[in-house]
Design a protein around this ligand. Structure first.
Ligand SMILES: Cc1ncc(C[n+]2csc(CCOP(=O)(O)OP(=O)(O)O)c2C)c(N)n1
Length: 675
């Protein structure tokens, strides 16, 4: 406790040096130390940005924490990429801590996902489950401030925790402040009262200023979860003694009276008093109190001198290396059956579940009764059991974000968002937690997740079941985006996406699932063998131009994906031999080599998408093509997409008017060829 208090004092006295924003645990030390001391190395934890005392209690040294404070190269958490007290750790001597973001409350979903994963590994008796030397079961500690509890995602996580009886402790540190927003302004109940609505959540209230009480409470909470495998909430009332952060100063918004009330609850003098009461010698306490400042000051000097990260490391660890880098296995088995895209996806997932016991598949309605609203998961729950294939509540944030936790404990999740239009509630977790995990943990925690997303418009699906989302997804760095257009690609890419140690979003066009849309029969292919894999980032020449027309300089290429492949093929029948069509298959990573070399070959390119065009992926690609292929271009780069409307209207006449179709594509080809 002395160390934590002293560290906060040194940071405050050296604000010019501690230039990166940071928060300290001043006031919260007792509960944090009580928690950190009693976790075991086989446990998991999600501390928040104010938890530096907890980290010290887990065994991180002041020097290690200061390396992150000063964003130094050897910061063991992020290598100088993230803020103070944003830990991630795979140290076998300490609880496992996956990447922690700054977003308040958002860690509750990934950490509940860890508990979900532990529960699954326990149920299947997986040897990969971390346990203690005597087989002690692991628990998850999720720590958060009271201000975060009102966030919607917390309720998604708590609902899942009680529903599935997950082994997790939610430690809420209640200092009655958000930043300047007070408890009275922001809530009608505290976390303890709120948790009562989550039936099955055990609850404890604790005086967070009283170390002894905290120690007993945390010991009891951890013991309960370790034994009973059920969630518990510990609500600790704590004072806030420091500033909100180094940048947001307490005197700007807190009254003298409030500060005095909080100061009276400082756990440090209270602990000192208690130690003397129980017979600890004053001289021993004085020795700690005089040695600690010297030690902290020396460590701070040492951290100041530590090396900064080098510039050449800035782009390290965006992704972990891909597992599949070459096409392998039999794509065209001679005795293979023809298969629709939806079944190719289903069979791919089935084969994955057969081969990898740590693979699970969940989402809305993918479980036993329905097997997915597109029957894309039909029979899977029957075959693999409700443990492995199951329904979730309507909780897109949980469906997406829990996979960060599942991945951290070694489960391999496949999840589904029912319609692309509903990915937005899950988008926060995708961006805030998942996409940044590998980079900000300096490569320690890539998130292996496969997120299936049925997408696309056809036949009057209407404004909330037809939307395209790829450009939105493609602005996110740290995720991969796949968009197959036929059954064979679907199967090979699904396997590669699953095996990829990084987050992959698989966009699956609903209009191609059964090839119901006229002209899309090409999406039905012979089913590749179960060993077939297709690496992400490899495009395909759907049809080449005729060499004769190419020689005459009378050709163009179409760069497209998804439904665009079929519009382009239909339109190209008007220009025999003159059109080469490329199916990108993966939108990120992009097959730049194929795109640029094809454009250079033809000098004319149309980039075609189903998406609204303005500020889209396709427009960005057009810019890159102009820059890279400028000298080879014989015409401006053409783009064609849907009209820039906020949604796809339900009436099919309006839907057709909005979307590209073979006629519109043919008109663009005609104009481009005439250049
Ligand atoms: C999602 C999100 N919104 C806003 C912020 C900005 N912010 C940082 S800390 C904070 C207050 C958090 O209060 P609480 O959870 O009670 O924790 P405390 O800082 O009081 O320990 C806010 C609003 C954020 N980090 N994340």
């Amino acid at each position: 406790m002395c160390q934590a208090v002293e560290m906060a004092a040194v940071y405050e006295a050296n604000r010019n040096i501690c230039k990166y924003v940071h928060s300290t645990s001043r006031g919260h030390e007792a509960i944090q130390i009580a928690a950190g001391m009693q976790l075991s190395p086989w446990d998991y934890a999600s501390p928040y940005y104010r938890d530096d005392s907890m980290l010290l209690a887990m065994g991180f040294t002041p020097y290690e924490l200061m390396l992150q404070l000063l964003a130094k190269r050897d910061d063991p958490s992020s290598g100088g990429r993230s803020y103070y007290s944003h830990p991630s750790s795979l140290d076998p001597e300490k609880p496992c801590i996956p990447h922690q973001s700054s977003a308040t409350g958002m860690q509750v979903i990934p950490s509940t996902g860890m508990a979900q994963g532990i529960r699954y590994l326990e149920k299947i008796g997986a040897t990969s489950l971390r346990t203690g030397p005597k087989g002690e079961a692991p628990v998850v500690l999720c720590s958060l401030g009271d201000g975060s509890v009102t966030e919607g995602e917390v309720s998604e996580a708590w609902q899942s925790a009680v529903l599935w009886e997950l082994p997790i402790i939610y430690l809420v540190q209640d200092n009655e402040w958000g930043i300047s927003a007070s408890a009275e302004e922001t809530r009608v109940m505290d976390a303890y009262e709120y948790a009562a609505g989550f039936k099955g959540m055990e609850r404890m209230r604790v005086d967070g200023s009283n170390f002894e009480e905290c120690f007993h409470a945390m010991g009891a909470a951890i013991g309960y979860v370790r034994q009973e495998r059920k969630p518990i909430l510990v609500h600790a009332c704590v004072p806030l003694l420091g500033h909100h952060t180094s940048g947001v100063r307490k005197e700007w918004y807190r009254t003298e009276e409030d500060l005095a009330l909080h100061a009276a609850k400082d756990p440090k003098p209270l602990l000192r008093e208690r130690l003397l009461e129980i017979g600890v010698l004053e001289k021993d306490l004085l020795a700690i109190e005089s040695d600690t400042p010297k030690y902290i000051s020396l460590e701070f000097d040492r951290a100041k001198e530590a090396s900064d990260p080098t510039v050449d490391s800035v782009a390290d660890h965006i992704f972990a290396p891909a597992a599949v880098t070459a096409e392998k296995g039999n794509r065209f088995p001679s005795n293979g059956n023809k298969v629709m895209m939806v079944d190719a996806a289903l069979h791919a997932v089935e084969e994955i579940l057969q081969q990898y016991p740590e693979a699970i598949f969940f989402g809305q309605d993918v479980g036993r009764r329905l097997g997915g609203v597109f029957r894309e998961a039909a029979t899977l729950a029957e075959k693999f059991g409700d443990n492995r294939v199951y329904n979730t509540a309507i909780q897109e944030a949980y469906i997406v974000g829990s996979t960060a936790g599942l991945s951290a404990v070694g489960v391999k999740p496949i999840v589904e968002i029912q319609f692309a239009d509903y990915i937005y509630p899950g988008f926060n977790q995708l961006v805030t937690e998942i996409s940044k995990s590998c980079y900000l943990s300096n490569g320690k925690f890539p998130v292996q997740t496969l997120i299936r997303v049925p997408i696309g418009a056809y036949g009057g699906g209407g404004p909330y079941h037809s939307g395209s989302v790829e450009s939105t997804l493609l602005t996110v760095k740290g995720i991969k985006v796949v968009y197959p257009s036929n059954a064979a690609d679907m199967k090979g890419l699904m396997k590669a996406a699953f095996l990829d140690p990084n987050p992959v979003v698989m966009l699956e066009h609903k209009g191609l699932y059964w090839s119901k849309v006229p002209g899309t029969q090409g999406a039905i292919t012979v089913e590749p063998d179960s060993d077939y894999v297709l690496p992400l980032g490899k495009g395909r020449v759907v049809q080449p131009a005729h060499p004769r027309d190419l020689k005459k300089g009378d050709t163009l290429c179409v760069i497209t994906y998804g439904m665009g492949v079929y519009w382009a093929q239909a339109a190209a029948t008007h220009f025999p031999g003159q059109v080469e069509i490329i199916d990108l298959r993966t939108l990120f990573p992009l097959d730049e080599e194929l795109v640029f070399s094809t454009v250079k070959k033809h000098g004319k390119v149309l980039i075609l998408t189903e998406e609204q065009l303005n500020n889209s992926f396709v427009q960005a690609l057009a810019g890159r093509i102009q820059r890279t292929c400028f000298k080879s271009l014989d015409a401006p780069v053409f783009t064609l997409g849907a009209l820039d409307l906020p949604a796809v209207p339900i009436n099919t006449i309006l839907e057709n008017a909005m979307l590209p179709n073979p006629e519109k594509v043919a008109a663009a080809m005609r104009e481009l060829l005439a250049y």
